[in-house]
Write a protein that binds this ligand. Sequence first.
Ligand code: CA
Ligand code: CA
Length: 151
Amino acid sequence: MASIEAAMLTITLSPSSVPKRRNARLTVTCKVVFEEIERCVMQVCPNGTWFALEARCFGEDHPNNHSRDDELFFIQKRIFPLQDPSNITFIADVFEDALNEDPGADPPETPSFPPPPPGLDEIYVRLTLFNMFSNTVVAEVDTNVVTGVFR
Ligand SMILES: [Ca+2]
Ligand SMILES: [Ca+2]
């Protein structure tokens, strides 16, 4: 079965044209390694859509939280054999606050010192490879987690 390898996420922040808001660019790189038989099928029928790789952004939650990680937004889809599987890049441009998946504790009724810590955000991207012919998930991996205080 095909596999997804070297999945990596980086997030870069930059000023935006909107006051008090920053842009965030998510860049995900990976490669898909197909088996010989899968490559053969795609060579024989190069116009078919045989595989699709979807990228979705998640906010990670602590395992003791008993909740599932939040899906923040869908990024993009790549299809094969149209795309070069050895060199895949997804880029998503959002406002930084789209990554603020943990707003932190509510502020106390009376000001306290030190103030409550800001909610740390843990962002990762899940890559899912579908076989479009059998409509099954072939492989699924998560990138590294990028931690920050996004606002
Ligand atoms: Ca979190
Ligand atoms: Ca936060």
